[in-house]
Design a protein around this ligand. Structure first.
Ligand code: XIL
Length: 319
């Protein structure tokens, strides 16, 4: 039977892809699926390109971790979504705790982006340039970037990324935009600030860390995606997983999960400028969810034995 990336291409998307954990590449059964380009046509490095990995000390760049998934994608001919540059988390203390002035922090951001984006120049189909800049209440996230530079760090980041790799599509990325509440409103404001500044912006990434039974309907998701595509931007689901809040899921819960995944993927099909779907991992064998939401999980398309779940079939049947 047809696999998900080939079905996604036939349905008009650019990709169906997955994040790959740099620590999982020893698992040959896992890697066989990750490298099946009919199934997974796009890879995202789960951690290796983040600031703490790429510039752990000021001016000391290290691409060993980031190159792992970039190298796999290049070898297999898969698209690479690069992730991420200006983010408050997995950010070394030398950035967050040094008391930099506005001008110093601008230079720190520009140097980081020039080097990291420069290293991957020509390899990144997308870059998540800024990540999670709005907090859960819809306020600007109280990061070192915002507290030092106000919203100017947005344009600084996008301009630096464009200068270092003019061909990569540049994204702002966040979670819980799917619910179309205060956080989404503020993200629309962020988009307007970036566009008004004249800085380059191509897309908005909906992370899509969702919950079985609480995932918005397909039409509600279309409505919120279109809040951004009306600016001429593209959108994508960049980190999709839909977790069960109690484990193990019974058959009804697995079917509900399938319906929820179909709503998300279906909403992307309904919006012409929704360009693709990336799941955050692909197997319940390796997922960040249980570590962050204790007792929850089973959020992906393959079970812990790397067998396809009902959610896989549900997606394949709507693509
Ligand atoms: C997560 C990774 O999956 C974990 O391995 C890591 O410990 C923490 O970060 N939003 C993002 C991703 O943008 O980078 C996060 O990835 C999940 C939430």
């Amino acid at each position: 039977s047809a696999q998900l990336h080939e079905l996604a291409l036939a349905a008009g998307l650019d990709f169906f892809g997955a994040a790959i954990g740099e620590g999982n590449t020893h698992d040959s059964q896992y890697m066989a699926i990750a490298s099946d380009t009919s199934e997974i046509g796009q890879l995202t490095p789960e951690n290796g390109q983040k600031w703490d990995a790429t510039e752990p000390n000021r001016g000391q760049f290290n691409f060993q971790q980031g190159d792992i998934v970039a190298g796999i994608a290049a070898q297999n001919g898969q698209l690479l979504r690069c992730h991420t540059l200006t983010w408050y988390s997995q950010l070394p203390g030398w950035v967050s705790n040094s008391g930099f002035s506005y001008e110093e922090l601008q230079s720190v951001i520009e140097t980081h982006i020039e080097n990291v984006v420069g290293h991957y120049k020509g390899q990144c189909y997308h870059w998540d340039v800024v990540n999670e800049v709005i907090d859960d209440n819809g306020d600007w996230r109280d990061s070192v970037f915002y507290t030092t530079m106000g919203t100017d760090f947005l344009a600084v980041s996008f301009n630096a990324a464009k200068a270092a790799d003019p061909d990569a599509k540049l994204y702002i990325n966040d979670y819980n935009l799917e619910y179309n509440e205060a956080k989404t409103d503020r993200t629309v404001e962020a988009v307007e600030i970036i566009l008004d500044s004249g800085a380059p912006l191509d897309g908005v990434g909906f992370q899509g860390h969702l919950i079985v039974g609480s995932t918005p309907s397909r039409s509600d998701l279309v409505t919120v995606l279109e809040r951004f595509t009306q600016y001429g931007l593209e959108v994508a689901y960049t980190e999709l997983d839909i977790r069960h809040e109690s484990l193990p899921p019974n058959d009804a819960a697995l079917a509900q999960q399938g319906d929820d995944f179909a709503n998300v993927v279906g909403s992307c099909l309904d919006v012409p400028n929704c360009r693709g779907v990336t799941i955050w991992g692909f197997t319940d064998k390796y997922s960040w969810i249980p570590g962050v939401f204790p007792g929850e999980g089973a959020a992906l398309l393959y079970d812990e034995n790397l067998q396809k779940k009902p959610a896989w079939t549900s997606i394949s049947s709507i693509l």
